[in-house]
Ligand binder design. Structure first.
Ligand code: ADP
Ligand code: MG
Length: 471
């Protein structure tokens, strides 16, 4: 497996693995652990993956080696495929040094996934994913309003809906709809459509500052007829990027160009968003997508099975639809896993096979009692558990409390309201802010990383916890 063609295949295998991981691991964890992971080489039967620092490497080794190897093996068909996580050795770009260029980046997350130092990638219409269309977007009561609004915008009939602001939880179709709008407009007109993630916008902006290429930046962003910007919540806390986005927004808006924005939360919950930015977001139409009903989940699974050309028994689809409730990406990922399980093991495509896959998914939430989490965090951070639950605002206690929030969210799948309730009635935005803070620290604060690792090891040991199949 060493010639060039195979190397490309290996990289593709890694990309597929990443996509599968993305559907099993929640968003924050995925960004923390795999945000900067990249395929580097195939050495014999070992996939070598480079990661950003020793902390991420150690954590991945501890908790996800088996999961990743399982996914890789399923694709290579070789049970001796292994994975090795290594740290990037030479990192010449300025973003490599967490202390450099503080003035250009508002907070650590700015440096995430950065092509910082390169020029803004040119606007190209090739950035739309042709697979995401209105035709294959299945509607039900939970997403109908969002769907209609997007259709209206794509049809150019709805100048009032500007901007269109779409929000929902993860995996419910925001990105799909954004691309569908873009694809439809490109098909029916020669308007210039620009789809970007907020991360790309941020990176382009920082690069333009570093290279003094503001003209190129504006050329890219201000000549679009339609700007589709995905996951705007990542602009939270980045003031200079917000400022630039504000100007971009106004420039386009004044020319009557359509803007569509997605977010994982409503603008009122984007806590550090400047007021004027918020009022811009709210000045058009806001729509949300709710968790899918059972009927919609079933319809999506059926469509998916039909598309792959598999005849999946109704009771298998029913079982999956009943168990996976809040995320359509996960829903589709589970169906894929069940099909793979049947294919790879030669077992029949039935309820038992599906249950064996669903069983391992449940494994991901073999919950630690919350009190245990509280106690371990308290002891590692030298805080009193009672104080963590209280209103105490001292720095250490607040940090310990935020670690509890983060663990409850990323490891135990608690919802924001559940976390708020557990921590003595704290509101949604406090929880979101707390978790964001930990995500930031995990990316750049060495001392904190060590503390977190101690907490994690004490709670979860060294076993990979998630998605172990074939046991
Ligand atoms: P989000 O951006 O909200 O996190 P995505 O748009 O990435 O979610 O959707 C996750 C996956 O689920 C994608 O593969 C998407 O095609 C699929 N999906 C979401 N909603 C629907 C739907 N209503 N009909 C068909 N597929 C859907
Ligand atoms: Mg998305």
């Amino acid at each position: 497996m060493n010639d060039l063609t195979n190397l490309m295949t290996a990289e593709e295998i890694w990309e597929t693995t990443l996509a599968q991981l993305q559907s099993t691991v929640d968003k924050q964890s995925f960004s923390t652990w795999f945000g900067k992971a990249s395929f580097s080489a195939l050495e014999d039967r070992t996939f070598v993956i480079t990661v950003e620092n020793p902390f991420v490497r150690d954590m991945l080794e501890k908790r996800l080696t088996e999961t990743v190897e399982g996914l890789l093996r399923a694709q290579t068909g070789d049970f001796e495929t292994t994975v090795a996580f290594r740290i990037k050795s030479d990192r010449p770009s300025p973003e490599a040094d967490p202390t450099a260029d503080e003035s250009l980046t508002d907070r650590p997350a700015d440096r995430f996934s950065g092509d910082v130092g390169s020029r803004p990638s040119p606007a190209r219409s090739g950035n739309l994913n042709p697979r995401y269309t209105f035709d294959n977007f299945i509607t039900g009561s939970s997403n109908e309003f969002a769907y209609m609004a997007c259709k209206a915008v794509a049809g150019g009939r709805a100048t009032l809906y500007n901007p269109l602001f779409i929000y929902s939880g993860v995996g419910l179709g925001k990105t799909h709809l954004l691309h569908a709008i873009g694809n439809e407009i490109e098909r029916a007109s020669n308007k210039k459509v620009l789809y970007v993630t907020t991360e790309e916008f941020t990176n382009d902006f920082i690069a333009s500052l570093q290279n003094r290429e503001n003209v190129a930046f504006r050329e890219k962003y201000r000549t679009a007829d339609v700007l589709l910007i995905d996951d705007i919540q990542f602009i939270i806390g980045k003031e200079s990027t917000q400022e630039e986005f504000f100007h971009t927004f106004n420039a386009l808006y004044q020319l009557d160009k359509q803007i569509v924005i997605t977010s994982d939360r409503p603008s009122r919950e984007m806590i550090t968003l400047t007021e004027r930015m918020r009022s811009r977001f709210d000045s058009g139409l806001t729509v949300d997508i709710q968790a899918p009903t059972l009927e919609l989940r079933l319809a999506i699974l059926k469509a998916r099975a039909a598309k792959i050309g598999k005849n999946v028994p109704g009771d298998v689809l029913n079982l999956i639809a009943q168990r996976v409730q809040t995320n359509i990406r996960e829903l589709e990922g589970t169906l894929t896993s069940v099909l793979a399980m049947a294919d790879l093991t030669g077992r029949p495509l039935d309820r038992d096979t599906a249950l064996s896959v669903l069983g391992s998914i449940e494994l991901s939430s073999d919950a630690r009692p919350v009190d245990e989490i509280l106690d371990v965090v308290a002891s590692v951070f030298g805080a009193d558990p009672e104080a963590i639950l209280s209103r105490n605002r001292s720095k250490t206690i607040a940090l310990a409390r935020q670690v509890v929030m983060y663990l409850l969210r990323t490891e135990e799948n608690y919802s924001y309201p559940q976390i708020g309730e557990f921590l003595g009635g704290r509101d949604h935005s406090t929880i979101i802010h707390g978790i964001d803070k930990i995500v930031g620290l995990l990316k750049c604060d060495l001392r904190f990383q060590k503390q977190y690792e101690r907490v994690f090891t004490r709670l979860y040991g060294t076993d990979a916890k998630m998605g172990e199949t074939g046991k």
